[in-house]
Design a protein around this ligand. Structure first.
Ligand code: V47
Length: 412
């Protein structure tokens, strides 16, 4: 008699849940990470992605602006921050040299070599936003280090200056960590709600998702001990959602965390999103898994995530976060090539043209801030992946362009 060995996929029960739209559990998420069948994980994530977005893949024309790399925190994963050593030339309005790319070089008074620390005056930021608008951008994405000296007024002035220079551009700015910093430096001290409302009055449109890292005390203590923890991060996003301000969420993976901790991170975001959708005026638009880039950080000895960990993480994010509409493969972090592949592994968004990016540098190597993706290349990547490119604004409304390339949001 012939015996038949059935090679039952260890993911069969999870596949059934995904096919019938059931929510995955913590155990399911951990099993997905442990599974070797990347094709099956990708197939399932793709199914969810196509259910939500069909064949569309989104991108936007934007510009990332980092206003300072001075930071009072010294997170081990970060190669961006520079310790604050002296007087702030830009805050004093003093004579600092403005480099071609808009950053300011600060000469050190006692003859030591120039530092690559910088801070941008508000006028420079408004000028960069105006340039971005003139090249078709619909969004500026602005974040920076926690500067020890700049007053809260600087951030309000920044938003006002952009609004007056180009009122049509959406200002997506300040991670939850910066917002908490502003509550502490404002005089008089302000609540999170007050800070968000004042910034919104000044022109802030929404919050990016940065600063979340991994919601876990062990990982927090090991890699970013001085940073506001998960309670503060969630307080900011809860308050933003309560006042009707949309936001994004991120996860920094591939350093000292374990797969189980990534799944817990996703489930905490999923629970927050359930509450926002049920009881608050706004919610998360997008989840962005950020692939750790070790170079130049205190954790440079770590290998960083492999391509398979990147793909798995993006796909598992799609599967676990059933209530967050968009999953972004940020091409700066995962590389343009892998982000393209990810469009068939659960992702529906690549972020944007970016132009200058200072927080991490991969394409172009260490020290190269100019990291730009042309619209033509973006559309080609998307088309070649078998998807239909859709330009979106920050809130994922399709952008329609006239002959002169001016942007209008399509009426929904
Ligand atoms: O908060 C810092 C991370 C974040 C490294 O909301 C690093 O649409 C990898 O949040 N390797 C900033 N990552 C970027 C960010 C973001 C990016 C794109 C879109 C959106 C959005 C948000 O980058 C930081 C931190 O978590 N980061 N250092 C590093 N070495």
């Amino acid at each position: 008699m012939m015996t038949l060995t059935l090679h039952r996929s260890p993911l069969t029960d999870i596949a059934r849940k995904v096919e019938s739209g059931q929510r995955l559990t913590y155990e399911d998420g951990v099993r997905l990470y442990a599974a070797r069948d990347i094709h099956e994980i990708g197939r399932l994530a793709n199914m969810v992605r196509e259910r939500l977005h069909g064949n569309r893949a989104y991108y936007n024309i934007n510009r990332h602006i980092n206003y300072t790399n001075y930071c009072v925190l010294r997170c081990k994963f970060c190669s961006f921050f520079r310790p604050y050593g002296g007087d702030s030339a830009a805050a004093r309005g003093g004579a600092a040299g403005v480099r071609q790319d808009g950053t300011i070089s600060l000469p050190i008074a006692d003859g030591k070599p120039e530092t690559d620390a910088y801070e941008l005056p508000v006028e420079k930021i408004a000028e960069l936003a105006r340039q971005a608008r003139d090249t078709g951008a619909t969004e500026v994405h602005i974040v920076g280090g926690l500067h020890p000296r700049l007053p809260f007024e600087y951030y309000l002035d920044m938003c006002r200056a952009i609004r007056s220079a180009c009122p049509e551009i959406h200002v997506k700015a300040f991670t939850a960590i910066e917002i908490i910093h502003f509550t502490r430096i404002a005089r008089p001290r302000r609540s999170i709600r007050d800070v968000l409302e004042l910034l919104r009055e000044a022109g802030l449109g929404s919050l990016p998702g940065g600063g979340a890292e991994i919601f876990d005390d062990r990982v927090h203590d090991e890699a970013y001990r001085n940073k506001v923890g998960e309670a503060g991060w969630f307080d900011v996003h809860r308050t933003a959602h309560e006042i009707g301000m949309c936001s994004n969420a991120t996860m920094l993976y591939g350093h000292v965390e374990r797969p189980e901790e990534r799944i817990t991170h996703m489930i905490k975001l999923r629970e927050h999103q359930d509450a926002s959708l049920a009881t608050r005026a706004a919610s998360f638009n997008c989840f962005i898994p950020l692939s750790f880039i070790p170079e130049g950080s205190e954790l440079a000895g770590l290998p960083g995530p492999t391509g398979l960990t990147d793909l798995k993480t993006l796909a598992i994010s799609r599967l676990m976060l059933d209530n967050i509409p968009h999953i972004k493969a940020f091409w700066i972090m995962q590389s343009a090539k892998l982000a393209q592949v990810a469009l068939n592994f659960g992702c529906d968004d690549l972020d944007g043209t970016v132009v200058w990016y200072d927080i991490t540098k991969r394409e172009g190597g260490e020290g190269v801030r100019h990291q730009e993706m042309s619209v033509e290349r973006m559309r080609r990547l998307i088309r070649e992946a078998g998807r239909v490119p859709v330009e979106r604004d920050t809130l994922y409304r399709p952008v329609v362009r006239g002959a002169e390339r001016e942007a209008a949001v399509a009426s929904l």
